[in-house]
Design a protein around this ligand. Structure first.
Ligand SMILES: [Zn+2]
Length: 97
């Protein structure tokens, strides 16, 4: 089944949610708590992603998060960072007279 999403949630015995995600570097199947994951929601698909540090190889993993993954993670208590749409900063005026 290659259609499985990158990350899946599995309830652990203690009532907390564990997430299983694959590290693209070492291909380890990591079990992560909500605290180990970060979710960033930007204005577009490109800027919406989740990230974690692989417990196996220490690699910083960043993967795009689709709508379903966002729901999954926020529902599981992952802290969410809402990225402000970056407004172009006012260019410093060259002639300030
Ligand atoms: Zn890894």
């Amino acid at each position: 089944m290659s259609l499985m999403s990158d990350i899946a949630a599995a309830a652990s015995g203690a009532g907390t949610v564990l997430f299983r995600a694959m590290c693209p570097d070492c291909r380890a199947r990591c079990e992560l708590t909500a605290q180990a994951l970060r979710l960033a929601i930007g204005g577009s698909r490109r800027t919406t992603f989740y990230s974690f540090t692989c417990p196996e190889c220490g690699s910083a993993v960043r993967r795009p998060a689709g709508e379903r993954i966002v729901e999954l993670l926020t529902g599981g208590g992952v802290s969410t960072l809402r990225l402000q749409p970056v407004a172009a900063p006012a260019a410093p005026t060259a002639s300030n007279v």
